[in-house]
Design a protein around this ligand. Sequence first.
Ligand code: NDP
Length: 331
Amino acid sequence: MTDNLRELVIAGSGVAGLSTAVYAARADLNPVVLEGDEPGGQLTLTTEVENYLGFPEGIGGMDLVQRGRKQAEQFGAEFRRAGIESPDLDSRPFELSLSNDETIRTRALVVATGASARWVGADKEDELMGYGLSTCATCDGAFHRGDDVLVVGGGDSAMEEAAFLARFASSVTVVHRRDELGASEILTQRVFDHEDVEIRWNTELVRLRGSQQDGVTGAKLVSHPDGYPAEKYEDGESVEVETVDVGGVFYAVGHVPNTDFLRETPVELDTDGHIVTGGDTGTTVDGVFAAGDVMDSRYQQAITAAGTGSMAALDAEAWLETRQLAAPNPQ
Ligand code: NDP
């Protein structure tokens, strides 16, 4: 226990947390940003961001995040390499036990912990993640020069990863569980235009082959003309089964919000684990606000995360102000 009392703690250092930090620091709230396990968040795993307003030539994801951090630090935000392990949100001020064994007390909290890559649930994925199986083509694509690789998924991430991997791999096969992509037109067209990328429709990956020593060497795929073949396979329905030789597999099947640390708290989560907010960024706990992918299952864009980040800072600032007016010396 320390006497480390702050006005505002921001959990998460992705674009949402950074935007909160810029606004809060400019409002003299002296925010502490807890960087968490993945400093900079998901943007650090992206190559080029082409649709962030103000960068007509595009900007690298890492570059955007580093600029955001510099901007926040310039106004006085403080960064700590830790995440929240166990929050006591019933006490006032809140008491947060951190992963670096520190305890920090704060009057207000903005949760901007983002989301992490979802896994498919194929056999052997636990063993092979990081050994030829990856959730980040930008990070690991270059290890697959000359390989045949699979990308699992049918959204924008899958299209982006497939186009990126085609630079290194000998062939890229996108494995999608339905016969229709959810990706945007522009990214889909880039994949369709690429002669080394093929799409396997109505197909799912159910098992990986390989070892930590040899990496991924193959994948078992199931197909069914009506889609969602893995479910049908598990139910014992007849599906087409094929084992293919591949040197790498990339998952691009969406994300799950990072809210496990809130499960025992009164902060309400929806069935997918996203934080429930009302008309603003306030949560079901007075003084706790949420921003970015952790509360947004719909838009999930860098620019919307930055937008909700600034909203959370403004909401927290207004909330702190009303409390101080109501109780001049709050403890
Ligand atoms: P999405 O949720 O959009 O897509 C996930 C894909 O994975 C879907 O095709 C889904 O299939 C499939 N899927 C989900 N679970 C499984 C499973 N268990 N097994 C097999 N397939 C599965 O996630 P993305 O990461 O692609 O995109 C997230 C957000 O980020 C979107 O808003 C997107 O627009 C944005 N984005 C934008 C980019 C850009 O503009 N440059 C780049 C990347 C992302 P189904 O369709 O059947 O549900």
